[in-house]
Design a protein around this ligand. Structure first.
Ligand code: AMP
Ligand code: GLY
Length: 416
């Protein structure tokens, strides 16, 4: 099978790494890829938002399966465009991807499917939202309706920060509609499932660390590290979440004539009143993918192809007993203004210790590898226990260097 993988982050390097293990893979193209994916297949320089160019490559190269990593091309209709020319695609249609691209759509869907989620009020103008807050008091979580690369949610503390958050979100292009959401409290779990339109195969529950600094301080980021499994979600709770929170939404999308085929990511919060959905994403998580795929036993390529063609056989996939952990190495200035051009060394020494190093914001410059984005590398360790996985990761990181490199030293702390 010839595969075109779309994206260029750590998630896509991890997908390329796992797909490359399939005996059914004949050729892997990555659009646009990164220096890590270049070692596993052929990178093709193309903008991921250029749907016509991506479809053109898929046709010209006689691609059997397109695998879409990020949300933007899904929301822009890449899966629909592939389907129109009869190319199989792992990733939902734009209609089904609204579960991520419109928080208002997702809320309506959850209400319709009776899935527990925070109470929400929707506003067409920032002034209406401000008037509401002044009448009803705080606290609220302020959200933009549309895609905002992780910057569309502000958990506000008091009246002044809530009003400032409303004004800030209203200015972003994602903020045509604003949501004020009830603030829920509890541990968070990322539950990602492969989906073929009707059936689901859930990965083990992972925990993400979104804040920049240790002890969950500082701004939200794309994710500074993650580990799996999380003790907060034992198997019975995972089954409950799948049956009561995820499957009903998959059924509702199928019933609406817009079945979800791809990776469905549920951000779940475990409240005292039971699990509730914080958000859905229409794709694999980043950095969750970097820890989940190394634990998958089985042929990911066949599984993704089965999802794309509506034939997922969930009993074909298993995961290794054990744990995995990931720590993201970020560039100087991340997330506000990441510096580019710092020389990266030591990856080979780390990988010689059986650590996996996935590229994200890196670039090959003459003979050197340099930083070219905020989240530079995702370092992943595996082990029988979370403790051994974490020891492996932090041991591997000691070999890696670039000026300005920073990372959290507390991933998995309190759990391992
Ligand atoms: P989202 O992109 O909706 O998952 O929001 C990003 C982060 O904001 C989540 O991981 C939570 O930590 C926080 N958050 C979002 N919605 C709520 C809520 N209703 N109550 C408490 N925290 C929330
Ligand atoms: N790790 C959070 C996300 O992928 O959205």
């Amino acid at each position: 099978m010839k595969v075109l993988l779309v994206g260029s982050g750590g998630r896509e390097h991890a997908l390329a790494w796992k797909l490359a293990q399939s005996p059914h893979l004949t050729q892997l193209l990555i659009a646009p890829g990164n220096p890590g994916t270049a070692e596993l297949g052929r990178n093709v320089a193309v903008d991921i938002k250029d749907i016509a160019a991506l479809v053109d490559i898929a046709q010209r190269e006689a691609i059997d399966l397109v695998v879409v990593g990020p949300e933007d091309p899904l929301a822009a209709g890449l899966a629909d465009a592939c389907a129109e020319v009869s190319v199989s695609v792992f990733g939902p249609s734009a209609a089904a991807a609204q579960i991520e691209s419109s928080k208002v759509f997702a809320k309506h869907l959850m209400q319709q499917a009776a899935v527990p989620t925070a109470q929400t009020h929707v506003f067409g103008t920032p002034q209406d939202a401000i008037d509401f807050v002044q009448r009803h008091g705080c606290p609220w979580v302020v959200k933009a309706d549309g895609l905002a690369s992780g910057k569309g949610v502000i958990v506000a503390e008091d009246m002044a920060t809530t009003i400032a958050a409303i004004e800030q979100i209203a200015q972003s292009s994602a903020g045509h509609q604003l949501l004020l959401e009830e603030r829920l409290v509890g541990p968070e779990v990322s539950l990602i499932a492969l989906c073929d339109g009707t059936r689901l195969w859930p990965f083990p529950p992972a925990q993400d660390h979104k804040r920049l600094l240790e002890d969950d301080a500082g701004p939200n980021t794309g994710g500074m590290g993650a580990f799996v499994p999380t003790p907060h979600a034992p198997p019975v709770l995972v089954s409950q979440i799948v049956e009561q929170l995820i499957q009903p939404v998959v059924d509702a999308l199928a019933k609406a004539g817009t079945p979800f085929r791809g990776a469905l990511y549920a951000g779940v919060i475990l409240t005292d009143a039971g699990p509730q959905i914080l958000e859905f994403n229409a794709r694999f998580g980043d950095p969750e993918t970097q820890i989940l795929l190394p634990l998958v036993e089985g042929d990911l390529l066949l599984a993704l192809h089965a999802c794309a063609t509506g034939q997922l056989q969930p009993d074909r996939l298993r995961w290794y007993a054990g744990a995995a952990a990931c720590v993201v190495l970020a560039a100087h200035g991340y997330p506000a203004s990441p510096r580019r051009g710092d020389v990266i060394t030591g990856i080979d020494t780390a990988t010689a210790q059986d650590v996996l190093v996935f590229h994200a914001g890196t670039q090959q410059h003459n003979e050197e590898l340099i930083t070219s984005g905020g989240r530079v590398l995702a370092v992943v360790g595996r082990g029988q226990t979370l403790r051994t996985a974490l020891d492996q990761v932090y041991g591997g990181i000691e070999a890696i260097h670039f000026d300005g490199m920073h990372y959290r030293r507390d991933i998995g702390r309190g759990v391992a």
